[in-house]
Ligand binder design. Structure first.
Ligand SMILES: O=C(O)CCC(=O)C(=O)O
Ligand SMILES: [Fe+2]
Length: 218
């Protein structure tokens, strides 16, 4: 049972100038132990306890161009909302991070949206960008992993590519690791894994309407 006492600790990222500096210079940063294993465990158990009707098949695009395409991505998602205490706590944590990023890097991040994601064994998400310049308000992508004791042989890596298609990073979805990257700069993919893989993916957004639409199609 969840209680009011659940609070996520203040992030290392907010305090650690090197982390912010890496984000500013490289456009991405990987932060191991962003969240304690205890808190990750809570989110993990929460995810496991959700019934099938509390998840939806993930799609591509938004609004009228929204489609599910299992050749591209095969995860199931659940958008977080402040109606549910543990979800609210995570949103609050990421709100604190938003303020820290704005304070340190003047990014003008306006709000944040995120969803839990479950990749069953064998599921993947092919190479993609999370945003296209001028067509999305998504500025920064965040991914927090919830999987305890994830081993290299379990697969399910996030691979981040550079502008010439070279591999920049291969990241195991290990509990507590947070990855942050510029949404329209880095092509990335989720490799198929051998275990159920849980994460929370989110986006900090700008408050600009594009073509008169506040939250336009990707
Ligand atoms: O789970 C991950 O490692 C990345 C997920 C992703 O790329 C997305 O949801 O857009
Ligand atoms: Fe993505």
């Amino acid at each position: 049972m969840l209680t009011e006492s659940i609070e996520f600790s203040t992030t290392a990222l907010a305090a650690d100038a090197r982390v912010l500096e890496q984000l500013a210079t490289d456009g991405y940063v990987i932060v191991p132990n962003f969240m304690s294993s205890e808190h990750c465990q809570r989110l993990y158990s929460y995810s496991l306890g959700l019934g099938p009707h509390q998840w939806q098949q993930a799609g591509i695009g938004r609004a009228d161009s929204y489609t599910t395409n299992s050749a591209v991505r095969q995860d199931k998602i659940r958008w977080l909302s402040s109606e549910y205490l543990l979800e609210q706590r995570y949103l609050q944590l990421m709100e604190r991070l938003r303020l820290a990023l704005n304070g340190a890097l003047f990014m003008g991040l306006f709000d944040y949206e995120c969803h839990l994601a479950h990749y069953p064994p064998g599921a993947f998400y092919r190479k993609h960008l999370d945003a296209f310049k001028g067509r999305s308000n998504r500025l920064l992508s965040t991914v927090l992993y919830l999987n305890d004791d994830w081993q290299p042989q379990d697969g399910g890596e996030l691979v981040i590519y550079g502008e010439h298609g070279q591999v920049l990073e291969t990241i195991l979805p290990q509990a507590g690791t947070l990855v942050v990257f510029l949404s329209d700069e880095f092509i990335h993919e989720v490799k198929a894994g051998r275990r159920d893989r849980y994460s929370i993916t989110g986006w900090y957004r700008l408050n600009t309407s594009i073509g008169g639409v506040v939250d336009p199609t990707l």
